[in-house]
Design a protein around this ligand. Structure first.
Ligand code: ADP
Length: 492
């Protein structure tokens, strides 16, 4: 029997755009339905915003960018506003978590302990930066000493288009919004069409926090609205998280006027268990790395490499952990595995599993749909010795693990790197030296050793190879939102 829902009833914000501090209808737009993934029922609708609405949002963001209310605000003034927004996120945490669960389907236990707290923490971390983003005084190399005064200033790049996916709607929006605002940019956010509501609630909180109108805007819609935003000449920079296929389209569009572009794309991250690993850590770690958030994490550990003589022991262990996960609606408090986000995603995940099995992968557990309403996929483990199998090579974005045996630890780096992606890797071992050596050799933006899935606002995150361009988080993220200007003055 299903446990009763434990989340508060939430009133979803109306599906309207937030532009220049106002809530606006886009009368010319078609309406796009939004579904509850746990029941496959419609919970609301949003506009598929037209290029006119996009234009209005970019104009509002540009007007705010050059307005004295924002441009002349002191760095500490920006810090105070971002902290105020963090406070409002914390004060409305239960409601935001409930919205995220209803809209995305994720367990309330995840939304309330991961999504919403991380959103507030990212805002707080980034709020500390505005007063520390100054330039440098530099002695010119070619001029007589003391004859010139040269310095750099760092200026906000302009209007930022933040385009985000549906797996962590609020967190990934804030990964972009927080540093952009800290740098003094203005923002037009386009949330994913499947999960628009937390962005709208966030806009209400931005309004309440007292940001000048137009500093933060939200336009709703699908890829067509996103495309119009990327095409808009008033947008100086696009920060995108999503699929590699869409990322490649964005590069083509942004080439037209050389827009700055940050891309956080797909992954097929390895989890490598060395022969000496403590299996009490490695087995639950490997299970978490792939099944958390129903596998809908770009840096999920989806390719598991296990020593050949321990395959049965490790796969039995990972299966046991996966079987212990309660599958259910996100609103049930003890749910660990919720549904995937949409019918499209359900079909996509099941289709990739089927293709993998047809190509020779052996089903260790799962492999199908859970027999209940909503978009539920069984946690799935496939044994694949053949590394050309599509389920081993392609991103699935669901609770699907491939396991591959290895014989020699010297082959691990090349196994881990045998992918077009390079977002993250997990290594489990007791041998610190082996861990550091392997960490050097794996081509991935983040390596976790004896832990998994723990991004941090202070630590750069991003991809090698086709996992993307640029790094988010930490001090490094500001390279994307600031231009450096050099000023050289002859003084003698
Ligand atoms: P998915 O296929 O899982 O929805 P996408 O990468 O297509 O992943 O979507 C991520 C975000 O990119 C969403 O907000 C989506 O609406 C947006 N998007 C999709 N296509 C485009 C496009 N051509 N230009 C800009 N944004 C797009």
């Amino acid at each position: 029997m299903n446990s009763p829902s434990q989340i508060p009833h939430v009133k979803l914000p109306a599906g309207r755009n937030y532009i220049g501090g106002e809530w606006l209808d886009d009368a010319a737009a078609e309406r796009l339905p939004v579904y509850d993934p746990a029941t496959a029922t419609v919970i609301g609708d949003i506009p598929g915003s037209t290029p006119d609405a996009v234009n209005q949002a970019v104009q509002a963001a540009h007007a705010a960018f050059v307005s004295p209310a924002w441009r002349d605000l002191s760095p500490l003034g920006r810090e105070r506003l971002i902290h105020r927004l963090a406070e409002l996120v914390e004060a409305n945490a239960a409601e935001l978590a409930a919205i995220e669960t209803l809209d995305n389907g994720k367990p309330i236990a995840i939304a309330s302990t991961v999504d919403v707290p991380l959103t507030a923490m990212w805002l707080r971390y980034m709020a500390g930066w505005p007063s520390k983003l100054g330039g440098k005084s530099i002695a010119p190399a070619l001029q007589p000493a003391g004859s010139h005064h040269a310095y750099t200033v760092r200026q906000p790049v302009g209007v930022v288009a933040a385009i985000v996916p549906w797996n962590y709607p609020l967190v990934l929006a804030v990964w972009k919004i927080a540093p952009a605002l800290a740098a003094g940019c203005t923002v037009v956010l386009k949330p994913a069409e499947a999960t628009p509501y937390s962005a709208l609630r966030l806009a209400q909180l931005v309004h309440e926090a007292g940001f000048p109108p137009g500093v933060f805007n939200v336009v709703l819609g699908d890829g067509r609205t996103g495309q119009a935003l990327v095409e808009h000449p008033g947008v100086a920079k696009v920060s995108f998280t999503g699929s590699t296929a869409t990322g490649k389209r964005l590069i083509a569009t942004a080439a037209n006027d050389l827009k700055r572009l940050t891309l956080e794309l797909g992954g097929k991250s390895p989890t490598v268990i060395l022969p000496d690993a403590d299996l009490d850590i490695a087995v639950p770690g490997a299970a978490q790395a792939v099944f958390f958030n129903s596998g809908q994490i770009c840096f999920a550990g989806t390719r598991l490499f296990v020593p050949r003589n321990r395959v049965d022991e490790i796969l039995d262990g990972v299966s046991q952990v996966a079987r212990s996960f309660k599958i259910g609606a996100g609103s049930e408090p003890d749910t660990v595995l919720g549904p995937v986000v949409s019918q499209r995603q359900l079909d996509n995940v099941l289709g990739r599993v089927q293709a993998g099995v047809q190509a020779g992968a052996e089903v260790v557990m799962g492999g199908g749909r859970v027999d209940r309403e909503g978009y539920f996929v069984e946690p799935t483990i496939l044994l694949t010795r053949d590394r050309s199998n599509p389920v081993y090579r392609e991103e699935v974005f669901g609770p699907v693990l491939t396991a591959t045996p290895y014989d020699d630890i010297d082959e691990l780096a090349s196994l881990a790197n045998d992918s077009e992606y390079g977002l993250a890797a997990h290594i489990y071992t007791r041998d610190l030296s082996a861990a550091h050596q392997l960490a050097q050799k794996i081509d991935a933006g983040t390596i976790w050793v004896n832990t998994q899935l723990s991004p941090d606002p202070a630590i750069p995150f991003g991809g090698f190879k086709q996992s993307g361009w640029g790094r988010e988080n930490g001090e490094q993220v500001f390279e994307h939102y600031l231009e450096t200007k050099s000023v050289i003055v002859k003084i003698a």
